[in-house]
Design a protein around this ligand. Structure first.
Ligand code: AMP
Length: 320
């Protein structure tokens, strides 16, 4: 399959790279890293990255404006997007050839060619490993290494989560051979505004344990966000906080959106929770998923479902 994708890259003069909506460092890292690789390898091709700009992740650079006409002869590569509705810029289907490259469970296979590797930490690691291995066909440069490295750092929680493998460390080490200020960039991503710090304080004060302390959750309303002058997108730094409490196995951050629906960011230290997310307009990885709930009853139902898997997991651990 990789050979076919490399041949498609070779055959098209215009390549447009997409990723998922509300991008995180892996979505942008894999998108902009691949853009830098293709620009380095093929200086005469037209390479574009599309989607909404996100000011909170400006270190990855700006998106390109691409006309509908540009899609006609283009190869479209969609990175890090498990399902079609979550692809940023739905014109992805207007290209001549479509490729999916992802590391989520392949619940919505799409495209003429696909590489989907759920066992790999991030789409950035997946592309970095391809580029480093195929160094006679694709060329890494400093910018690409920076983007892939930050994508890996993002999706592994700075190498904390159990998706961090020996290969992840090896590839991150290879990327550090290139010239970019890794430590400065990580320090920067660890810096927050005073409003974001106050939001963290709110989370610590208001998180609620349930299911005998195995589930933790916090609800962030639009009123709270407005009082702190924050947008829903600026809440990413609180996602891990409820999981730092002793005994907690699964946790969820409920974030009310301007349109009234409530986005859920669900995490687990043990049991799979993506099947629960899938029942609430969501999906994702086994231990990191997203969903949406539309009433307080549905919110309670989601918490009860998390409680069931968390308590079962705790029982199984105990009798192991
Ligand atoms: P997040 O909580 O937004 O960081 O998302 C965690 C994981 O779940 C990511 O890998 C997302 O791709 C996935 N995800 C988030 N929201 C949804 C959704 N509504 N539907 C399907 N997958 C989602």
């Amino acid at each position: 399959m990789l050979d076919k994708i490399l041949a498609a890259i070779e055959a098209h003069d215009t390549i447009i790279i997409h990723r998922h909506v509300r991008p995180d460092p892996d979505a942008l890292g894999s998108q902009m890293g691949l853009k830098a690789v293709l620009e380095e390898t093929y200086p005469h091709k037209y390479i574009y990255a599309v989607g909404q700009d996100d000011d909170s992740l400006a270190e990855f650079g700006d998106m390109d404006d691409v006309s509908d006409d540009t899609y006609k002869q283009a190869l479209v590569i969609v990175n890090d997007s498990a399902n079609r509705p979550r692809i940023d810029d739905q014109r992805y289907k207007k290209g001549a050839t479509l490729v999916k490259v992802d590391h989520h469970p392949n619940e919505d296979p799409y495209g003429d060619f696909m590489i989907v590797e759920p066992s790999i930490s991030s789409t950035s690691e997946l592309w970095a490993s391809i580029v480093l291995r195929e160094d006679n066909k694709l060329q890494m440069n400093d910018e690409a290494a920076k983007c892939f490295f930050l994508g890996i750092v993002g999706d592994t929680g700075r190498f904390l989560y159990d998706n961090t493998t020996r290969d992840t460390m090896h590839i991150a080490g290879e990327l550090l051979n290139y010239d970019f200020p890794a430590s400065d960039l990580m320090q920067e991503s660890n810096t927050q505004t005073i409003s974001q710090a106050r939001l963290q304080a709110y989370v610590l004060q208001n998180m609620k344990l349930s299911a005998q302390g195995t589930v933790n959750s916090v609800y962030i309303s639009q009123d709270l966000l407005q009082s702190l002058d924050l947008t829903a997108n600026e809440t990413y730094q609180i996602v891990q906080i409820p999981g730092t409490i002793e005994g907690v196995i699964t946790w969820v951050t409920f974030i009310e959106q301007p349109d009234g629906k409530v986005r859920c960011r669900i995490r687990s230290k043990g049991p799979a929770i993506n099947h629960i997310a899938a029942q609430h307009d969501g999906g994702g990885h086994e231990k990191a998923s997203g969903a949406n709930v539309y009433s307080s009853e549905e919110k309670d139902e989601l918490l009860a479902q998390l409680g069931e898997v968390a308590m079962k997991y705790r029982r199984d651990q105990f009798f192991d």
